[in-house]
Design a binder for this molecule. Structure first.
Ligand code: GTQ
Ligand code: FE2
Length: 353
């Protein structure tokens, strides 16, 4: 760190007591606050930029990776991460969130492992795939949200003959910045097995709304329900649109035992916007990553307009306003770091016109 210097008229540095002091401070590996510029800006100084990735490109390249790159130990998961152009080549969608498209070809298995960064999948295309989450086989289908919380074992199996594409989100950049990342490979893959159409977690925690097993010990760090099914999400959105009367509806995916966010670092929500309707413009600190599941729309992110079609993904950085206007009825999956901001007492939300 270069210390400020008083410069004499002849251009030579002039030694005085202040100079000596700065030198001693630097030598002691200290820095005065009063020479720092911009460590407390008035608003978050953004690196990540508002950005959208087109499904056409994501799908083509994911499929191509399936042809070219084998999946095995070393390769493991065939994933293309959304790399925000504002983040200097880092493989992150936003400051706190990893977003990606994952491709699992017919007959392929992504081997067992676990990590402290929490992960979720939102399925876009394909059928017959199941993910083993802590020993519980969870079938995956388009529109389903599947959780693999922090430190849960997971492995993906595609016993069918069509590929599957899904969206992955992880709190990896956040966990990395907290130096909280641990990773472990599992035992070599187990044989394929018959899978029930419904996971154990759904049988136990997803049978009836508002009714869960009574267990005084229920205090895990994440939802014990690992799958949220599209038919339930779709039905709930339809009802909410009817009730709202303005052509829009939003729902939150929650831990059924406590009604709180599914995981401590990632909020998951789903949004429906009817053709011609527009969501209220708002901004919050912290960031989010969105997936257009159905329909088409224009998203305005911090005054920049992005045309969105089915499968397109977009990043909303901290404190950037967002409003979505649908051209045909559109559904969006969203994941954000909001629970972190709320838990830390840092959350700010502003509704705009
Ligand atoms: O499917 O287990 O996008 O471990 C990044 C890391 C997916 C996964 C990602 C992962 C996975
Ligand atoms: Fe993983």
């Amino acid at each position: 760190m270069a210390s400020p210097r008083f410069t004499a008229p002849d251009g030579m540095p002039k030694k005085n007591e202040v100079d000596d002091f700065y030198e001693l401070v630097a030598e002691a590996d200290l820095q005065p606050l009063w020479v720092q510029k911009g460590i407390m800006p008035n608003e978050p100084p953004l690196a990540a930029v508002p950005f959208a990735w087109k499904w056409k490109t994501l799908r083509e390249l994911a499929e191509r990776s399936g042809e070219l790159i084998p999946i095995d130990r070393g390769g493991d998961r065939r994933v293309l991460s959304l790399s925000n152009p504002g983040l200097a080549g880092q493989p992150y969608a936003t400051q706190t969130l990893w977003g990606a498209v994952q491709y699992l070809g017919p007959g392929e298995v992504a081997p067992a492992h676990r990590h402290t960064p929490a992960a979720l999948r939102f399925v876009l295309e394909g059928s017959g795939v199941w993910t083993l989450v802590n020993g519980d086989p969870v079938p995956m289908a388009p529109g389903d949200l599947v959780l693999t919380p922090s430190w849960s074992w997971h492995e993906h199996h595609n016993p069918g003959n069509t590929p599957m594409f899904w969206f992955d989100a992880l709190d990896l950049p956040l966990a990395r910045s907290l130096d909280a990342v641990f990773f472990e490979n599992g035992p070599d893959q187990m044989a394929n097995r018959a899978v029930d159409p419904i996971s154990g977690s759904e049988l136990k925690y997803g049978t009836s709304p508002g009714l869960v097993p009574f267990d005084e010990m229920d205090q895990g760090a994440h939802s014990p329900l690992f799958a949220y099914r599209w038919k339930d999400t779709d039905r709930t959105l339809s009802r909410l649109v009817d009730i709202s009367g303005n052509g829009t509806a939003s729902l939150k995916f929650v831990d059924p035992t406590r009604g709180i966010d599914v995981m401590p670092t990632m909020r998951c929500s789903m949004h429906r916007v009817s053709a011609g309707a527009k969501t209220q413009k708002y901004r919050r600190n912290g960031s989010s990553v969105w997936v257009t599941f159905r329909g088409s729309a224009v998203a305005t992110i911090a005054e920049e307009r992005f045309h969105l079609d089915e499968g397109d993904m977009f990043a909303v950085p901290s404190w950037c306003s967002l409003s979505i206007e649908a051209t045909s009825e559109a559904d969006f999956f969203c994941t954000s770091d909001a629970p972190v901001f709320e838990a830390l007492g840092l959350a700010r939300v502003e509704f705009l016109n």
